[in-house]
Design a protein around this ligand. Structure first.
Ligand SMILES: [Zn+2]
Length: 139
């Protein structure tokens, strides 16, 4: 994936400046869930976040996208700067990715949020962040 800076400061993957602890937390998640780092790209984006689909007001704080490239799959997690808790947003999207990889289902893309599933992933994200902070405190 190419990296460049444009004049309107769209931040793309490499060259992205992550918030505090973001990169360490990403490493932690990759290790915990044995994610192949070479297939995962994470951007912290200053673009305006897309509004939620469905009837609810609000916007997406993060997105997970997926593409096939020469026979293997690549994943992109976008965390928007508008996110109130970038680390939790990262963990939440990561949880989607882990779930999708387990089920092999990547179809439900940007549908209206499924509240029960979202809450489960939120809880997983909160636990992952707490575990990371605990390790960080002990080191
Ligand atoms: Zn979600």
């Amino acid at each position: 994936m190419a990296s460049y800076r444009s004049s309107n400061d769209v931040t793309l993957v490499e060259g992205t400046k992550y918030p505090d602890q973001f990169a360490d937390f990403l490493e932690f998640l990759c290790e915990k869930y044995r994610m192949d780092r070479s297939r995962l790209f994470v951007e912290y984006s200053s673009r305006p976040p897309p509004p939620l689909k469905g009837t609810r007001a609000g916007y997406y704080e993060g997105l997970l996208s997926y593409r096939e490239k020469s026979g293997h799959s690549e994943f992109l997690i976008t965390v928007f700067k508008a996110s109130r808790e970038p680390l939790l947003t990262l963990a939440h999207e990561f949880a989607h990715l882990v779930k999708n990889l387990k089920s092999g289902n990547f179809d439900k893309h940007l549908g209206p949020p499924d509240d029960t599933a979202e809450r489960t992933l939120d809880n997983q994200a909160i636990n992952d962040l707490a575990e990371f902070r605990e390790l960080d405190r002990l080191s």
